[in-house]
Structure formats: structure tokens, C-alpha cells
Design a protein. Sequence first.
Length: 578
Amino acid sequence: MRYHCIVVLSVIATGLLASFAKSLSPPWDDMHIKHSWNAVPNDWVSLGRPPSGTTIDLYIALKPHRENALIDALYEVSEPGHPRYRAHLTKEQVADLVAPRPETLELVNSWLEHHGISSSSVSMTHGGDTLKLKGISVIQANTLLGASYQVYRHVERGETIVRTVGYSLPRGLHWHVLTVAPTTSFVSPRTQWQTPRNHSSGETVGLVKSASGEPAMMLSSRAEVNYVTPPFLRWLYDTATYAPIAMGENVLGVAGFLGDNPSPADLLTFMREYRDVDDATYEVVKINGGGYDPTHPHEEANSNIQYAEAMAYPTPHIFYSTGKGPYDWYVTWLEYVLDQKDIPRTISISYGYEERYVPREYAFYVCDVFAKLGVLGVSVLVSSGNGGIGKGTCMNKDGMVRFIPNFPGTCPYVTVVGGTTEYQPEVAAVLSGGGFSDHFKRPPYQRQAVPTFLEDLGSRYQGLYNASGRGTPDIAAQSINLAIFLNGQEKMASGTSIATPVVAGIISLLNGWLISVGQDPLGFLNPWLYGRGLAALNDITEGSNPGCGTDGFSAVAGWDPVTGLGTPNFRKMLGQLF
Ligand SMILES: *[C@@H]1O[C@H](CO)[C@@H](O)[C@H](O)[C@H]1NC(C)=O
Ligand SMILES: *[C@@H]1O[C@H](CO)[C@@H](O)[C@H](O)[C@H]1NC(C)=O
């Protein structure tokens, strides 16, 4: 009964609003381009129009009523010394911060109504600033956005997406709508992964202790092939003597895309071998048709979960299996995560793509969604990439070389993990992605660290990178020849893909400790890392990340675009929390 009343009232209200808005409505046929590429982006080929009847979910990101409110709040709760430090917000508070103006909602709703889109297929997502149009036919989407949606296939990897090379909006909506997805983002998550190698035949694996007695750097019988194992990492980053507390509330999330999934049996074998425990496990959450076939594990998912657990066991873990599909993977994964009552306190993401193929407005939008996770008290770790400063020649259409940073790492509101290798001293791994964003400005927390590096670099590489951009990575960890199990076999794997769950595991221990003493967790890490946290990092000062036909950047004292500020020391980090 009560239900009924509310429905009637809201019908009247919507009717009033609609007729009110209609009288003020700008002409809906005055379409202007919102974003368009000159041609189909590299590596994608059109397979023509989708079959008739195909539907997609469209996300319309609306401008918030106060443009900087979210980011201002993020820095308040992330900056040690601020009175609101670590006083993370509730979802309701975030929704208030990002709520669009009433006139924005009225305009967009009357535009949707004009196109016959029923209000029952429209909902608010992503914490309160995004309209989701569920199951819109591609034909209707084409009309709505002056678009031409087609099916595109990735030439190497074969996955298909539904996108349009350009799209438009009525002129009167351009100010109100930040971006629409999926439209022109021709990107798909790529693992920051290198194919694992078998141990070469005849090798015996032994546990070697050096003169100073540090445990368990695994060495093969051929002394030149060192490979890295959990006991070594736990010694190197100083978590070995720590017993995690407050496990229940403190969850570590590992994001999987493209349908990759891990094997619980391989995890058990790995954890028996290297952590001497018998009950390592994880919860699987399937998103958007993500599958779970533990008999066909993917090396990426396996190494992610194995190294997160290697560091953070017995902290509970969630593995997100996000399906391959025509939709936008990041937008749909973020929609799911933000919608949860309890979001993991730490999240590890080992997938990224070249920033140059990410439309700017879209990048800004997705980055702000990551900022919402930070405001809510979630620490997000993202891998920096495996191509050094860029794979291949890095030549753009005009024949100019340009270093290639990776998104979402270039987003200033996540913490980016680069790669190291060796020890005593630990040095930069040549594969370590790093550089400067062309979309995102240098954030305030980098205002000292990055100019210091750039001054020493001088005019070298001028024009090949954006000196005013956000620099990556922020932090680093071992990334070469880490032992993993895959289908029962031990392999060696490399990539910032593995460095990322290693750092996420360590951050998760810190968050668990804070929770155990009744404190809020760290949330967005960077203002702390570049401030107090600095004293808890091992500065990496050797090595470089060649690419694009150059020697790349060099690791130097202080921050550098190869290893960031350095690698973690857990015990020292604990000492820098207050
Ligand atoms: C690695 O080992 C597996 C199982 O023994 C074998 O099938 C595969 O061919 C090997 N790969 C390489 C590159 O040697
Ligand atoms: C450099 O970065 C700024 C933002 O920091 C951006 O506005 C500008 O367009 C970028 N330059 C190039 C050439 O991409």
C-alpha cells in the first residue's frame, strides 16, 4: 500500500519536472561532437555492426555540483597532519559530494525522455554521479549519441568490444555530461606480465643462506639464476616476524580481468612450499559473466593471488573474476566494487593499458571513481607496466617519438608499483614501466620529489615526455624471476604484475594493524608515502628502464620514474603511521 502511494507521487513529480524541463529544454537535435578519433585506433579492426537486437549498458557521467569537492576531501583524509586525516567518508557523504546539480539531472532526464528511454531502465551508479541506462539497444544508442557503434576485434589478442569512433551530445548537455561509456575508449586491460619460464632441466633448487644469515633467497644449482620466493621477500621487506591481526575486517581484493582466474590447488601447493601453511584460500566474486574454472588457471591470476597471500596470509582475500565482454571492463568492475557494503581495504590491480588510447574525459572520469575508493578508505595499488618507458619505436602518426605511460597508473589517485631485481643492492628492473602522464597534471604530493628529478635530468629527452605530468611509479618491489605454481608445476615469472600484489600484501598488513588498534586504515597512500612514509622506503639508485629506442630513465637518489620512491620496509612503515 505504502509502495503504491510512493509510486503515484513520483509519477506526478516526474511528470511535473518533465513538463517544466521541456519548456526550458534546449533543442535536442543540435548535436556537437563530444569525442572522436580520426581513425579506428591502432590494433583494432571493425567487424561491422553488431547483430540487430544487441543491447548495451550506457553510463552517463554527470558533472558534480561542486567540481573539486571530491578531490579536496580526498586530500583532507589522506594528508598526515590534516585534522581530518584518515577520517574516511561514508558512501552517503561521498554521494553528497559528487551529486549532480538538480538542473543537470532534469536536463539529462528530459533528453532521455525525448528519446523514449523509460525511467525504469535508468539508475544511479558509481557512488552517485553516473546514470546507467540498462539494456539500451545499439540502434537507440546510435541515435542518442549521434554514434555508429560497431564490433571491434583486437588484432593480437582477439577479444571483441562494441565501440564507436566518435560520439556527440546536444550542445546544451556538453557542460553537464563529463563522458559517456562505452563510446571511444578502445582499450582493454592488458596484463603486466611476462611469460613464465620453466626451470631449466637438471637444475636442483636449494635454499641458500648468505653469510649474514638472511633466509631463503632461492638459488638454482646454477648460481647465476637467482629466483625470488616468499621467504626472501618477507625477509627483504621485513614482514617475516610480524603476525597479522584483525583479519576478519581487513580484506585484500585482487582484481582479475579478461576472464583470468586462479587455481586454489596451485595456491595451496605454493603456500605449503613457501609459507608452511595448509589452509590458504580466497573467495571468488564473479562480475559481468566472469567465469571460474579452477582447472584452467591463468598465470596472471595465479601469480597475483599467490603473491598477495604470500605477504598477507592469513588476511582474507577476494578474487574478482571480471568477464571478457563487449562492455567497458573498468567502468563495470568499479560499479560493482563501489556498490558493495564492505569494500576490501586494499586492492591490487595488475592490468593497464597505454594512456594514449584513453580519451582524456574518460580518463578523468575513471580516475575520479578511483578517488572515491580513496575517500572511502581503500588503498588501491596498480602496476606500472612492463615495457620500460615504452615498447617498440614509440613513434606516433606524425613520426615523432613519445614515451608511453600506462593508465590507470597515470591517475594521481592510485599508487603505482614499479619493478626491481637483485639485492644488496636492490636495483631497478629494466622492464619497470614509468614516466609522465599526458592527461594528468603533477599532483601536489609530487611537488618536491618530481621537480628534483627533472632538474637533474636537464634537457635530456625533452619533448619525449610531459614534464608537467603526474610521474609514475610511486613505489616498487621485486619483479624478476619470482617462483609461482601453475598447474602443479613450479615456474619463474616476471613483471610489475607480481610486484603489485607484493606491495598490496604489505599495505594490507599495515591496514590490518591500524584496524586492530581501533584506527581507520590508510586509504589513499600517496600523500603519506611522499611525506612521512619516505623514511620507511629503501631508495633504489641503480638501473634504468630503457625503451622507445632510448636508454630510458635512471634510478637515482630520491624519486625517479623507474622505481618511484623505492621499495617498502614494513617494520619502518609501522613506525611511520603516527
Ligand atoms: C615447460 O614444461 C612443461 C611441462 O614439463 C612443458 O610442457 C613445456 O613445453 C615447457 N616449456 C618450455 C618453454 O620449455
Ligand atoms: C601535458 O600535460 C598536460 C597536463 O599536465 C596536458 O594539459 C597537456 O596537453 C600535455 N601535453 C601533451 C603534448 O600531451
